[in-house]
Design a protein around this ligand. Structure first.
Ligand code: F0G
Length: 365
């Protein structure tokens, strides 16, 4: 049977730059090719041309899929029967999906009660073995490192080189979409794999935009210069105190002429609401660190900026519901009450109606 494939997989598309031969098995869910979307509101605020790289458009809803297609394909190529990772949620969801696709076992170790509901749901439904550790992400990563030393399980955290290799393709896509012209990249930093991957990707293409990485204030070991034992932030995805690729991330930022700085939880949440309400972008709290940082520190003379939006908003429904508490309008089945509830501020509706249909009767007239 011939299966129709609408576009090449990430590995096929960038094979010349990736450690895979033509005959190697590929485990793919058609990751990559994510949209680059102009950001009018943020552009206006910072006085630069700003775009969003929408990594939530990947199959499991985060950038992790770029690296996971490579890590799991390599695991299958080397005959591994199981993969494992520690995760704040997205790596777990991605590993679980790609392992399901490959027909191999997946185990994930997550910090108990500390990952967003959507990510937990994804990981469970894909059939991974989910171990809820009574510790934080850094404890989970330590445990996983020890496990793979003793057991024949393939580690698919970003310590795995194949993850970085896959994730560097996001930089390739950016350069392609922007005709090579990019001054500044803003990106959230947690375990520090992604900023490392972008820098590798840019260097391989001979590009060198400045990299601005952003950590949450309560989980900012790279800014403080030492590990954080009890990292805290609303952005659960980047609640990490001992980043595995911290040294590389710092090197990438400084080689590029950029830096790694902090944003507060309230900066992150302000960006979260702004992106959703004005740009139409619903991304999970951690993803907003890139935009929060750009708004806080400015574009610093750059004329073209990309903010990486790492994961979709729907992964963390609780965060959105908390931010909109009280906004839900409850209503009995009675016309006057419903009218009042729907029309609310009548003027707002009148305006919309006249914009949409000039000359038409206004609502309520
Ligand atoms: N944004 C999101 C949505 C993430 O899930 C992560 C990391 C990051 C940013 C930071 O990327 O770790 O490469 O610096 N999530 C990992 C996980 C830790 O387990 O899903 P990084």
């Amino acid at each position: 049977m011939t299966v129709v494939q609408t576009r090449p997989t990430l590995i096929e598309r960038w094979r010349d730059y990736l450690p895979f031969a033509v005959d190697d098995p590929i485990v793919s869910l058609n990751e990559g090719f994510t949209p680059l979307v102009y950001a009018p509101v943020i552009s206006e605020r910072v006085g630069a041309e700003v775009y969003f790289k929408c990594e939530g458009a990947n199959p499991t809803g985060s950038f992790k899929d770029r690296g996971m297609t490579c890590a799991v394909s390599d695991a299958v190529r080397s005959g591994a029967k199981a993969v494992i990772c520690a995760s704040t949620g997205n790596t777990a969801a991605s590993a679980a999906a790609y392992a399901a696709r490959a027909g191999i076992t997946c185990a994930v170790i997550i910090p108990e009660g500390r990952i967003a509901r959507g990510k937990l749901a994804q990981t469970l439904i894909h059939g991974a073995r989910v171990i809820s550790l009574q510790g934080n992400f850094d404890d989970a990563l330590e445990v996983v490192r020890r496990l793979v030393e003793e057991h024949p399980i393939s580690l698919v955290n970003s310590l795995n080189e194949f993850r970085i290799e896959g994730q560097k393709t996001a930089a390739f896509e950016l350069l392609e979409d922007l005709g090579g012209e990019l001054d500044l990249l803003c990106i959230p930093v947690g375990n520090a794999g992604n900023i490392t991957a972008y820098w590798r990707g840019f260097r391989e293409m001979g590009a060198a935009p400045r990299l601005f990485g952003f950590q949450a204030e309560g989980a900012a070991p790279l800014v403080l210069g030492h590990p954080v034992d009890h990292p805290e932030t609303v952005a659960s995805a980047i609640r990490i105190g001992r980043p595995a690729r911290g040294e590389e991330a710092l090197a990438a930022a400084s080689e590029s002429g950029g830096s790694i700085r902090t944003v507060s939880d309230s900066d992150i949440l302000a960006a979260y609401r702004l992106l959703a309400s004005r740009e139409g972008m619903f991304v999970e709290p951690a993803s907003n660190a890139s935009v929060a940082g750009l708004l806080k520190y400015g574009a610093d003379g750059a004329s073209r900026v990309v903010c990486v939006l790492t994961g979709r908003g729907i992964k963390d429904p609780e965060a959105a519901l908390e931010q909109t508490e009280g906004a839900l309008i409850r209503c009995p089945v009675e016309m006057p009450a419903i009218e009042e509830a729907v029309l609310g501020e009548r003027e707002a509706f009148a305006e919309v109606a006249s914009v949409q249909a000039p000359g038409a009767a206004t609502v309520g007239a």
